[in-house]
Design a protein around this ligand. Structure first.
Ligand code: NAP
Length: 252
């Protein structure tokens, strides 16, 4: 008889999971036995990603529409997923955007968009999931921050503020929810090769590589493995922590 996979019986919901880090995480958690709820702004892409990973892994996955910045949409996402899958054990707040500029050139709407998606989006999804997780006395929440949330970065004041805010949210929720066996942790990626960083010039990418002791940009799979650690049994006594996965770029 084959041994049970470590996440068998668990259901994970991941936001912004059609591509990039979210997709790599959905693939890895499914490979380790979890069923996965793939949330994204574009429902067709979410469903396509879910179907592809379901075929590869043999797990149950489905795609759902969610605009994390909108509390009604976040509530509906969580409610529908629980209705269809029976529960959610794991929430990965991964959806995020950048609108980079120097502060003099950041419009109010670009400030609001970044804060509303990256920070309020995580708040909306956490708020929607907390009651059911408390009831089931089990939950694993991982927020995807960034090394610039720890270090700051010129030209990214809106993004850095949203990612630093996520760290405050992570630590506060870890304190609020620990007694119900819900852990809340954050992963802080460095430069990872996804659509989000495709737009950066070769010069910026070269500068990032030379500022990285391990001498390369990260892959979505590098981040997925750290997320998978936080939701694994190995991390059951770890909460309120921020794990940088950045090849050593930022050392605090
Ligand atoms: P990505 O490839 O752009 O993926 C982000 C996903 O989030 C996209 O599928 C996007 O959908 C979705 N999304 C955007 N706004 C949303 C909303 N309001 N509601 C629901 N989904 C939404 O980015 P990534 O590089 O994988 O980044 C994933 C996370 O890691 C982000 O939080 C990012 O800030 C963080 N991060 C990335 C890096 C990096 O170097 N790549 C570094 C540090 C931190 P659409 O396609 O419809 O826009």
């Amino acid at each position: 008889m084959s041994e049970a996979l470590p996440l068998e019986g668990r259901v994970a919901a991941i936001t912004g999971a059609s591509r990039g880090i979210g997709r790599a995480t959905a693939e890895l958690l499914a490979k380790r036995g979890a069923d996965v709820v793939v949330g994204d702004l574009l429902v067709d892409e979410a469903k396509e990603t879910a179907a592809e990973i379901a075929k590869e892994s043999g797990r149950r996955l489905d795609g759902y529409l969610v605009d994390v910045a909108d509390s009604e949409s976040a509530n509906k996402f969580i409610e529908s997923a629980i209705e269809d899958f029976g529960k959610i054990d794991i929430l990965i707040n991964n959806a995020g955007i950048t609108r980079d500029n120097l502060i003099m050139r950041i419009s109010e709407s670009d400030w609001d968009a970044v804060i509303n998606i990256n920070l309020k989006g995580a708040f909306n999804c956490c708020k929607a999931i907390v009651r059911p997780m408390m009831k089931q006395r089990y939950g694993r929440i991982v927020n995807i921050s960034s090394v610039v949330g720890l270090s700051g970065n010129a030209g990214q004041s809106n993004y850095s503020a949203s990612k630093a805010g996520l760290i405050g949210l992570t630590k506060s929720l870890a304190q609020e929810l620990g007694s119900r066996n819900i852990t809340v942790n954050a992963v802080a990626p460095g430069y990872i090769t996804t659509v989000l960083t495709d737009v950066l010039s070769e010069e910026i990418k070269e500068a990032a590589i030379s500022a990285t002791p391990l001498g390369r940009l990260g892959s979505p799979e590098d981040i997925a493995r750290a997320i998978a650690f936080f939701v694994s049994e190995d991390a059951e006594f770890i909460t309120g922590q921020v794990l940088s996965v950045d090849g050593g770029m930022v050392m605090m």
